[in-house]
Design a protein around this ligand. Structure first.
Ligand code: ADP
Ligand code: MG
Length: 613
């Protein structure tokens, strides 16, 4: 049927309902109408490209497959034209007047499920074509179908319940959508404004987009290309463009998967960890695309928290062409994506660690913090993450690291635990009193240099059936070593430990001879199971309650050490001086443990000792 005079139609009831919500909502991100219309244009071009493979007779077959956007800030209009498949008169009625298509359907369904008050739903689902009415006084759709014999028409509506269709001579193939903007939306007739929006949402649409004659999208959707065909410089350029970065990427993972979901992903680890530099906490910034159109630049749940340092793109084409991209907001789907991508990235890190250990170490130096965070908090991936942890140890050179698996491979048959020590740096751990007992027994100890390590080790708890154990903990039992010559006798040890306990009073919980000490005279062990020295320091730094509770430690003495032997003699001959020495030994032990809170009394005492020296 063809008519020369305009014919009036009522929108289907559901569309009326939809339009009512769209027009009256206070939804702030009105700009998504640009994304929706450009996506429709791109879909129409894509369909035409398919038709070109099978159809010989296509209207205006020489037209470029492109999208042209023009703005007119005097007339307050924005026009989006494509040379895609276009619509016949019947298709205009069916596609724009009824709720046959999925995006809007899903939207209405969500509304029915109690989301009526949630205007955000528009942003989540995109209401496709109808989003134009958020900003439009009127919308005109000029169209000529790809089928040569069909006439051209213009579809017109102000969104208030009805639309008109009329013949319109001289249209090119495709659709031209002219929006006359509402007065308070006239910004969308500004070139700069639309440029910004197009660059944000539609930068990777595969058909050329021009705005007022200027090309907008120049960077390709690299993630969809075969990785053997992409050059190194292209990746770097893409990274800088997509992540708004100035550095070069440190690591890159480009992969695709077909099952259980179709995924094309291109992920980058930046050169620098800006969180480490003390800048703000990173926001998740791997963007989610569906068929090259941005769905969400910073999707919260696409990746676990600890992967917030990653940049790049995840695109899922899993949905059949006729299902709209809005269903991508589906929570279950995001969860599935999360699972697949996280697993794949962990595998990638494992391979890097194996095949390029130096590069991995560099990565770990910069981003190890996130691996630790994951190992401590992400229960689902804990096992894989624990394997990726690295430590210096009493067996590595300074600056070189080992993994827990390597540690375990060096274990003696009867060692059931993995020992570690936390300290500010290697030198302080090596010169402290805690390590020597382990060294003397040839037991490897991992070194941890960061305050958070203790928390991480506590949460990780064990590896390969071996418990992670703090080497400075009072519970650690070490095997007997042969007694060296010249040590105090058991009786003398008993005498001196009792005397020290009496002399130091409440400052110590227990005094006993040590199995661990070799070169140092004394050692303080944490008697408080709930609060380790490092925890205590951290709480102090944060001004937390409990940090000021009186400190009680177990003091262990080395009956082989000259200072202790001298103290034994002194306590009989000059009890006053011996007391000063005992107090000083305790403070020395506390300093090594990082537990001495106030050194002023110590300085006074030292001066006294020096006087009599
Ligand atoms: P969806 O894109 O999810 O199908 P929309 O509301 O965005 O829903 O569009 C409705 C329908 O209108 C589309 O499915 C398509 O058939 C038709 N349509 C919209 N824009 C165009 C266009 N530029 N060219 C051809 N057909 C279009
Ligand atoms: Mg659409």
């Amino acid at each position: 049927m063809s008519t020369a005079t305009p014919q009036k139609f009522e929108f289907q009831a559901e569309i009326k309902q939809l339009l009512d919500i769209v027009i009256h909502s206070l939804y702030t991100e009105k700009e998504i109408f640009v994304r929706e219309l450009v996506s429709n244009a791109s879909d129409a071009l894509e369909k035409l490209r398919h038709l070109q493979l099978t159809e010989k007779e296509i209207a205006d077959d020489t037209l470029q497959l492109e999208i042209n956007v023009t703005t007119d800030d005097k007339a307050k209009t924005i026009t989006i034209q494509d040379f895609g498949i276009g619509m016949t008169r019947d298709e205009l009625v069916k596609n724009l007047g009824t709720i046959a298509h999925s995006g809007s359907k899903a939207f209405l369904k969500a509304l029915g499920e109690g989301g009526a008050k949630n205007t955000n739903l528009i942003g989540q689902f995109g209401v496709g074509f109808y989003s134009a009415f958020m900003v439009a006084k009127s919308v005109k759709v000029y169209s000529h179908s790809w089928q040569k014999a069909e006439a051209s028409h213009v579809w017109t509506s102000d969104g208030s319940g009805s639309y008109e269709i009329e013949e319109a001579e001289g249209q090119q193939r495709g659709a031209k959508i002219v929006i006359e903007l509402k007065d308070d939306c006239s910004d969308y007739a500004q070139d700069w404004k639309i440029k910004e929006i197009l660059e944000r949402y539609s930068a990777f649409v595969s058909f050329p987009i021009t705005l007022n004659g200027k090309r907008i999208n120049t960077v390709q959707a690299l993630w969809l290309r075969n990785k053997n065909e992409v050059k190194e410089e292209e990746y770097t350029e893409f990274y800088k463009f997509q992540a708004h970065a100035f550095d070069e990427p440190r690591l890159r993972l480009h992969f695709s998967a077909d099952a259980p979901l179709s995924i094309n992903a291109l992920l980058f680890v930046p050169k620098e960890n800006t969180e480490k530099l003390g800048l703000a906490r990173l926001e998740p910034s791997v963007s989610l695309y569906c068929r090259k159109v941005l769905i969400d630049a910073k999707p919260k749940d696409l990746l676990p928290e600890w992967l917030r340092f990653l940049k790049g793109v995840v695109d899922s084409e899993d949905l059949p062409l006729n299902i709209s991209r809005e269903t991508m907001q589906d929570k279950a789907l995001i969860e599935k994506l999360n699972k697949v991508i996280t697993k794949r990235f962990l595998k990638f890190l494992e391979e890097e660690a194996k095949n390029r250990p130096e590069g991995y170490d560099e990565f770990y130096k910069e981003f190890g913090h996130f691996v630790k965070e994951g190992a401590a908090l992400d229960f689902t991936h804990k096992e894989q993450l624990t394997k990726l942890l690295r430590f210096e140890s009493s067996r590595t050179e300074k600056g070189k690291t080992t993994s827990l698996a390597d540690y375990v491979s060096r274990l003696g048959a009867d060692q059931k635990e993995i020992y570690y020590l936390v300290g500010p740096n290697r030198a302080s751990i090596e010169s402290g009193p805690y390590l020597e007992g382990f060294k003397a027994r040839n037991l490897e100890v991992l070194f941890c240099f960061e305050a958070v390590d203790e928390y991480v080790m506590n949460n990780v708890r064990e590896f390969d059936g071996k418990k992670l154990t703090a080497a400075d903990h009072a519970d650690v039992k070490l095997s007997d070593l042969p007694k060296p010559e010249g040590a105090l006798s058991d009786d003398d040890v008993k005498t001196i430990t009792t005397w020290i306990k009496d002399t130091l009073g409440d400052r110590v919980a227990e005094v006993k001879a040590s199995e661990r000490l070799v070169d140092s005279p004394v050692l303080a062990l944490n008697a408080d199971k709930m609060m380790s020295p490092h925890m205590r320091r951290m709480m102090k730094a944060m001004n937390k309650e409990g940090a000021d509770n009186p400190l009680r430690v177990n003091l262990e003495i080395n009956p082989r050490h000259a200072v202790i032997k001298r103290l034994f003699e002194l306590h009989a001959s000059n009890a006053d001086r011996a007391k000063l020495v005992a107090e000083q030994l305790l403070d020395n032990a506390l300093i090594s443990a990082g537990l001495l809170d106030d050194a002023t009394t110590m300085v006074a005492r030292l001066n006294k000792l020096l006087e009599t020296a």
